[in-house]
Each structure stands twice: as structure tokens, then as C-alpha cells.
Design a protein around this ligand. Structure first.
Ligand SMILES: [Zn+2]
Length: 315
């Protein structure tokens, strides 16, 4: 049982977890300061004004809880499980992100799961994967941060050691993950690959736009926006987070053209050029940028600037 962090007002990091406004108290006109709710490092939550009150916790869950959106796996996809709170935290820590709010939002939207995949002749390894409700494909990485090191040789029916690779795509890579679940959100961020997909959720949340922004992952710079995904983008304001390399630029130009033909309201791109991390290294992608977010120092750059129009914020 976890809570949708994107729906909690005045969310702050507290200890290993979070604090914020209690939605049940606020619904009853209480908790004006917005600090009753606590979520500990294991995801256990409660209200400081109603300690140990099961009925109050139920009310909180009814308002902002995440009900599991796990579906039966499509053919060929592994079983999907909710990611545990410690696994979410570890995932963010391995990437160097200051918070795992983005990870949790992706889980809450049914876009991020845990699964087990074989990597060689031994036991399956714990992985995290992104997918969407279309269940056409998924992209998985190992939860321990290590690369996969084996490929299945279907002819010889054996596992063979191979050049290590970080992400494993199951199902057709052509489907943009998240497209099926854009829904009525007015704005869309497009990221390249599963890591930037999660980072983009964090960035949207950090700058206060999580409710208005859907995130879509293209599974590789060589992919295109397929015709059957195009209707999901129609009428949206779309921003492409452009990887800082030639492949990223070429991909963005291609996707922008395809999005125009899909009838988007507006398409723009954001480049990381000229931005550095604390060590002075040039940023390459959304994950690098997410690593630079700092609660103590306000970011001078907002990659979502101008994406969400004023009218959508008032609604
Ligand atoms: Zn309360």
C-alpha cells in the first residue's frame, strides 16, 4: 500500500522518507500548516494528528493511495510486480537522483514495475522495467545496477556470455512506452530510454508540473513514433528532451516531424548544451540533469519552461 506522492501537498523529504499535508485532515478543514502526514523510509505512512487510527489511514489511502495497476502479462512479457519502497529508493540512489518522487510517480501511474529476468544459467535476477497499459513491450534493467552479461542462444538452447548491455527490451521496441497512458494530461515529455523516462518524471515533479505532464519513452534514438501511437499525442503540447549527441539531435528532428503530422498542439525541444554538473562535466541527458537538482540551491534552468500553459494550471 503506497501513496501517490504527486497528489500530496507540501511534500518534503523528512528523514529517510517524506512529510506533507494529510489529505484526510485537509478534507475536513484541518492541517492548515500541511505537515500532518509522514511516510517513513519503508513506505509506512500515518497522520501525526491521528496516530494509530486505522480509519484515518484508510481515509488517507482512499484520497491519495495507489491501487495496483498490474495487469496480466501480455504474451512473452514476464510477470510484473509492484516495486517495493526500498527498491524505489535504491533505484534513485544508484542514479544519483536526490529524491525518488519520479520513480514513485511512474509506479503510481502503472509505468514502472519489478520483474525477474534470466541473465545466464543461474537464478533469475531482480529487475525494474517500464511498460504501459498497452502491454506491447517493456524495457528492463537490473535492480543491482549491473549490466546483463548473457544472451540466449535459441539454436544451441544455451546461455552464452556476451558483451555486457544495460537495458533489455522485450516485445517490439517501436512502441513508445507511456503513449497509451497520456490520457487527458495536456503536456508530454519525450525521453530516450528507461532511465531518462524516470528522470523526466522527477523533473516534472520537481518543477511542480507532475499532474499536467505525461512522460513517454522512445526505446532508442533509431525509433520513430508509429502511426498507431500518434492519436495519443493529438492536441498535446510536447517537449522532446534531446540527448546531447548527434543521434539525439537526429531523433528529435524526426520525432518533431512525426508529432506535427500526429496533430500535436505544439512541439519543442530542450537541449542540455551549456549545462554542467557540480564537477563541471557537461550534461548529456535528463538523468544527468536530475542528478544536479538540489533542495538547497534553486535550479536556474527549468526544462519544462513554457510547456504547460497558464490555462492548464488554473484548471
Ligand atoms: Zn490526518
Amino acid at each position: 500500500m503506497s501513496l501517490d506522492l504527486s497528489k500530496i501537498a507540501k511534500l518534503k523529504r523528512r528523514g529517510g522518507g517524506y512529510g506533507g499535508a494529510c489529505p484526510a485532515c485537509q478534507a475536513a478543514g484541518r492541517d492548515k500548516r500541511g505537515d500532518h502526514l509522514f511516510i517513513d523510509a519503508n513506505g509506512i505512512y500515518g497522520c501525526a494528528a491521528y496516530p494509530g487510527d486505522a480509519a484515518h489511514r484508510k481515509e488517507v489511502f482512499a484520497l491519495v493511495g495507489i491501487t495496483s495497476t498490474a495487469k496480466a502479462p501480455a504474451r512473452g512479457l514476464p510477470d510484473l510486480h509492484p516495486l517495493t519502497f526500498p527498491a524505489m529508493r535504491k533505484l534513485a540512489e544508484l542514479r544519483g537522483w536526490p529524491l525518488f518522487a519520479g520513480v514513485e510517480i511512474a509506479c503510481g501511474r502503472g509505468l514502472l514495475f519489478a520483474c525477474e529476468l534470466r541473465d545466464g544459467p543461474g537464478d533469475p535476477v531482480a529487475c525494474w522495467c517500464i511498460t504501459d497499459s498497452a502491454r506491447r513491450n517493456l524495457q528492463a534493467r537490473r535492480l543491482d545496477g549491473k549490466p546483463f552479461a548473457h544472451r540466449w542462444n535459441a539454436t544451441g538452447k544455451t546461455w552464452e556470455a556476451c558483451t555486457p548491455f544495460k537495458a533489455k527490451t522485450i516485445g517490439p521496441a517501436r512502441w513508445p512506452v507511456g503513449a497509451a497512458d497520456i490520457g487527458d494530461r495536456p503536456a508530454v515529455l519525450i525521453a530516450e530510454g528507461s532511465t531518462d523516462f524516470l528522470a523526466a518524471h522527477l523533473i516534472a515533479w520537481w518543477f511542480g508540473f507532475a499532474p499536467q505532464v505525461a512522460v513517454v519513452a522512445m526505446l532508442g534514438a533509431g525509433q520513430s513514433i508509429p502511426d498507431d501511437a500518434a492519436p495519443h499525442f493529438c492536441g498535446k503540447r510536447v517537449r522532446i528532451l534531446i540527448d546531447n549527441d548527434t543521434a539525439g539531435e537526429e531523433a528529435a528532428a524526426r520525432w518533431a516531424g512525426q508529432l506535427h503530422r500526429a496533430g500535436v498542439a505544439h512541439v519543442s525541444g530542450f537541449r542540455w548544451h551549456g549545462l554542467n554538473d557540480r564537477q563541471g562535466q557537461t550534461l548529456k541527458d535528463a538523468s544527468d540533469f536530475a542528478r544536479t537538482l538540489d533542495e538547497e540551491a534553486e535550479s536556474t534552468t527549468n526544462p519544462l519552461d513554457g510547456l504547460v500553459s497558464e490555462t492548464h494550471l488554473i484548471q
